[in-house]
Structure formats: structure tokens, C-alpha cells
Design a protein around this ligand. Sequence first.
Ligand SMILES: Cc1ncc(COP(=O)(O)O)c(C=O)c1O
Length: 443
Amino acid sequence: MPRKLTKSNAHFQRAVKRLPLGVASNFRYWGDARTIYVKHGRGARIVDLDDNVYVDYRMGYGPAILGYADPRVDQAAREGMEVGGVFALSTERELAVAERIAKMVPAAELVRFSNSGTEAVMAGLRLARAYTGRDDYVILEGSYHGLFDAAMWFTPMDKWSQVGDPEVRPYSEGVPVSTRSFAHFVQANDANQLEDVFKRHADRLACLLIEPIMGNCLGIAAEPAYLRVARELCDRYGVVLLIDEVKTGFRVARGGVQELYGIQADLCTFAKALANGYPISVLAGRERIMRKIGNGVAHGGTYTAHSVSLAAAERTLQILDETDALERVSDYGARLRNGMRGILTARGIAHSFVGHPSMSGLYFAHEPPRNYRAWKGSDYSFYDAMARVLHDQGVLCEPDSREPWFVSAAHDASCLADTLRAFESAVDATLQATGGTTRKVNA
Ligand SMILES: Cc1ncc(COP(=O)(O)O)c(C=O)c1O
């Protein structure tokens, strides 16, 4: 049964007159008749204007690691409010949060705050450029690092004919063509290609900007050997290894992907899980590089280290560091995968899971993809059709198969039961609608 979206649809009609696409971020527009507006979120569930209740696997694209409206974090935020906001001066709590981050992430010798992931990565790229005196950077096909010009060149795989290299295009109109020449694209997990780019352009490369688990591309994971080569090449050629942990940070492990892989960045960026959804981000890294800030490199901002977000970050990090929250997140993710696997296998549907259980990609092909080009080989149209049914059944995953499923510490047994019930019926409904045409395991 499709949901009723009467109130959301009516609100959309009003909102679109004042807000482009009727929303505050393009990604929130799901079509004139399918854009939903949230009434509130608690734990792992959200309720829309029509009182439809969803088990959520978007979790704001990752921030709500402890669940929506976590009372411990919200209480800390209230205490932060008592401090008074922003003063164009610093407060003591900045150091407390920086100390916690440095404890959890050894490469974070020095720390600076910003407000969004975009801001942090932008600052990281600028710092890497200043430190090396070079302008270019290497970036992976399929990666997303925010909405600023340098990060807005991408390879639209939907348009790729699977012959030759995909075209590099701007993600938006308004991105100056002159910014294109700085970016060198490589495919994930191709160490030879990476080495080749380093060899050819070393004297121009400021950094390798990499998200070792691609949180906007199924969770495609770097192989450990690939990341070791990347680290080694950066050292050899004096290129800054800038690891973007905006999604993976304080999620896939206390120390993020760096802990998971046993690798250390020169610079790294965090946001999302850092404050359970309060707006704050971090650029951190090696002292020798970070000391350039204030010594030639500009960094700052009116809202930087706002007392509410900072207090929320302090409490969130304490919980993540000192409790078993992240173990519970991973454990739930593993149980979710097991349940889905059982349902898909029983129907002979080829599938695999990608990335980390806390941010899991569901991929309709036998082997998990090693790079973004492989996505073309999966049955993503089945995923897209199934996602719409899941929404109707009360499970909110991203409509686009490239976004992983985000788990929080608030996902519990009842969420799992509701999800698997909905998943089974969505798979069957999709099989029926597509005439059972998805790839079969033994086909
Ligand atoms: C890896 C990565 N970097 C940067 C960003 C940009 O963060 P924000 O949306 O907070 O600007 C995102 C957002 O999803 C991200 O996933």
C-alpha cells in the first residue's frame, strides 16, 4: 500500500513558491509527489507530516550516530546554549574537544573547527596547497567531498558508455572551467594508476584527497594494500595525504578509517558523527602542517566553535569513546546484512554488501565493486525500484543505490524486525513489478 503523503504534498506546493525545489538542500527533493517533510525524529525513527513512521537508514547522511534527539547530547547542547553562542573569541571547551579528538585520532595533533564538512575539506585543501606550494590534487572517481568548486568535478557514471574513460564534468553550472585542470582523477584500488599520476605530476601535486570508504558511493572500500601504497607514494613525493573522514569519522571505529586501516593521515577532516548532528566540523593533522595556520594560512569564521555545537561534540565524543555505542552500531549493521542476505538468497538474487556494516552499501551483483565504474555492472534499477517500495513500507533508505545505509546506536531489535519484514515484501513486490528480471545467483 503506498503511503498517504497528503500533507507533505500540500506543503510542497506551498514551499516551492518560496524555496527552490521546496527544500533547503537539493538532495532533499525527491519529486513533486514524493518529497517528504519531517515532523520529528527520535532514536532511529522519523515521523513525517502525514504521521507516517519510518525506520531511518539515512540518519541525516550519517550525523545521527547515537540516534535523533539523543537526550544526553541535547542536554549538553542546552548547557552550551547557556554559554551564550559565539563571541568572536574562544572558549575553554575548544581545547577539551581538541584533546578528545587527538586521543581518538593520533594523526590529529592539532585541531581547528569549522561548521560543515565542505568548509573543513576546503580548508584542508587550501592548507595542503600552502604547505607544499603546489596547486593540483588527486581525487578518486565516485568520491564526494562537498559543494565547493574544487570538489565539484566528477565522473557521471550514469552517462558512461563503459568504453574508454568516463568524462569529467562539473557537478553544477557555475563552476569555473578554470578550476578543472587542478584535479587528477584516479580509480579506487588501482595502485599502478596512482603511482603513474604521482610520477607524472609530482611537482604539481599538493595532496591526495581520499575517502577510504566512499560514503557517497556505496561505501566502496579501499583495499588495505592500496591505502598503504597511497601512504608510501605521498611520503615519497612529498604530497599531503588528506583523508576525508566526514562520514567515516567517529563511526567506523573510534579513530575512524585511520584506526580501521592502521594508517595515519597528514591532514584529516571530520563532521557528521562528531556532534550527533549539531553543525560542527574539524580539520586536524600533523603539527608541522597545521602550524601554517596563522602563519601564512587564513582560517576562521564567525560561527566557528559555536558553544552549542561544541558542547554537543564534547558529549558525543565522550559517549563514542567511553561506551560500546560503536560496537552496537556495527553489530546491528552485521545483523541487518544477515537478514537481508537471507531474504535475497532465498530468492536467488545476486547481491553483495559493500564497505563497513555501520554504513553499508547494498549492491546487486555477486562481487562487491572495487571502484565506481563497477557500479555500472550492478542491477541498480532494481535497487531504485525497491527503494520506492521500501519508503511506502516505512523504511527510509536513500532512493539512489549509491548512498549507503547508515546505522545508529539507536537502531534496536524492533527496528530490525520492522526493516526485515518491509524488506522482504519490498523485494517481492519489486520482483513482481519487474517480472522477476533481476540477476539470479546462479544465472
Ligand atoms: C566525505 C564527505 N566530505 C565532505 C562532505 C560535505 O559535508 P557537508 O555536507 O557537511 O558540507 C560530505 C557530505 O556528505 C562527505 O560525505
